[in-house]
Ligand binder design. Structure first.
Ligand code: FMN
Ligand code: FE2
Ligand code: FE2
Length: 416
């Protein structure tokens, strides 16, 4: 838990969480930070909180001393987003402080009652509303619904032009005590956070890519100088770097993504597996990089990260009880729910006597309106023959060429 000054009068209180699964199921091998902000005018507001992981909020309150803020000085609590990673401290805050006034969106008001039984002293605000803290500091609110829940809003400090967008522009990754800002981090650490942003995006934000693009439009209209998200580092030197990254990642929903192929496969007895290496070699021979994940060994979090960033996806699975190998079914279904649309794709795999994967795959593709463009599948009976493998190689090259062509077409449309 640490405090630091973002800009004069704006302080960050941050805690790193390391030993949980985020949202109950995403691995965070590098941890994640939870950021809360104190904004001082004549009045004082706290924006979002840090849920009671890691000994907070008590530790958080102890840190208030460092920035000369007393608990009784906090006049307003601003809730940008009701997900308990940011709002879970409210019970403890209430127990320590007693009454306080909450500013939140109309939709958050109902959730405040549902999650914490809070109904009094709640002021609802939305785009166009402001809160004057005095001393020239006016906070403006902007609805950014569905980034990541429907009630989400962003708060903008018009004095320092700092935006507090909560989950938007956030990332996984713990933040070091002395360098929680893009201007205090070396390039290699910024790139580390970029990779953590990519996995965070594909796991947490991907399904909301359209609302995210809408939110980015609103942020771009504000002439923002600092981006202070609820997770990850604060962007002071180059806030447009994380905006560009989020735009790029949101655009991957419709594709094209990077001209690369994610090969996602599972196998019980090694028959499907025999086709994986020939496939990977064929794709790479076309100069297209490949990211390979075996399921269920590779965690869904990493599979989604790869699929999100690749224009091409190859799916390998055997038939199991007249359907797809179940771990592959579950992964593909999740990919669909995350709205990875328009991928170039290929399916291959082994069966014993019947096949049956295609019907199930078609169902997932249709239900999620995925619009994937498949080259012809290769299914083989038992162990793949040399002919089966050369067909797999051929389809792999076709897939790689489609991926390259898509990249070319989209770069020429951008040039026009
Ligand atoms: C539990 C189980 C269920 C299976 N169900 C089917 C099936 O419904 N239809 C079929 O054609 N093959 C079925 N098979 C056979 C496998 O698809 C076949 O052995 C295949 O070669 C396995 O490929 P793998 O080694 O890549 O796992 C089943 C195998 C197992 C172990
Ligand atoms: Fe959230
Ligand atoms: Fe969050």
């Amino acid at each position: 838990m640490k405090t630091s000054e973002v800009v004069p009068g704006v302080y960050r209180l941050s805690a790193n969480i390391e030993d949980i699964l985020f949202e109950g199921f995403w691995p965070i091998p590098n941890g994640v930070s939870l950021n809360s902000y104190i904004v001082k005018g004549e009045k004082c507001a706290i924006i979002d909180g840090v849920c009671n992981w890691d000994g907070v909020p008590e530790t958080l309150f102890a840190k208030l001393d460092e920035i000369n803020v007393k608990l009784e000085d906090i006049d307003y609590v601003i809730i940008n987003h009701m997900e308990p990673d940011h709002s879970g401290w409210l019970d403890a805050f209430k127990a320590l402080k007693g009454e306080f006034t909450i500013y939140c969106s109309v939709k958050a008001k109902k959730l405040l009652d549902a999650f914490y039984g809070i109904v009094d002293n709640v002021v609802t605000v939305g785009s166009g509303d402001t809160l004057d803290l005095g001393a020239g500091r006016v906070l403006a609110f902007e609805d950014i619904p569905n980034v990541h829940w429907p009630e989400t809003m962003a708060t903008f400090d018009t004095l320092s032009r700092t935006i507090f967008p909560c989950d938007a522009f956030g990332s996984f990754g713990s933040v070091s005590d002395d360098a929680p800002y893009d201007d205090t981090l070396g390039e290699e650490f910024i790139e580390f956070f970029q990779r953590e942003t990519e996995r965070y995006y594909s796991n947490i934000v991907a399904a909301f890519s359209y609302p995210t693009l809408k939110a980015i439009e609103k942020v771009e209209a504000l002439d923002v100088k600092v981006i202070a998200p609820g997770h990850g580092i604060v962007w002071r030197r180059d806030p447009y770097r994380i905006i560009r990254d989020y735009k790029r990642l949101a655009a991957y929903s419709k594709g094209p993504a990077k001209p690369e192929v994610a090969v996602i496969w599972g196998s019980m007895y090694g028959m499907t597996e025999m086709a994986v290496r020939p496939l990977v070699n064929a794709i790479e021979a076309e100069g297209v990089p490949v990211r390979v994940h075996r399921v269920p060994e590779s965690n869904l979090s990493h599979v989604l990260d790869s699929v999100w960033q690749c224009s091409g996806v190859a799916l390998g699975m055997p038939t199991y009880e007249y359907k797809m190998f179940p771990p592959m079914h579950s992964v593909i279904d999740e990919i669909g729910k995350k709205k990875a649309y328009n991928r170039k794709a290929f399916r291959f795999g082994s069966y014993g006597w019947s096949g049956g994967a295609q019907r199930e795959l078609d169902k997932i593709l249709t239900e999620n309106k995925m619009n994937w463009d498949f080259v012809e599948p290769v299914e083989f009976n038992g162990r793949p023959t040399e002919e089966d493998l050369s067909l797999v190689r051929k389809r792999g090259r076709e897939l790689a060429r489609k991926v390259k062509l898509w990249a070319l077409e989209s770069s020429s449309t951008e040039d026009e």
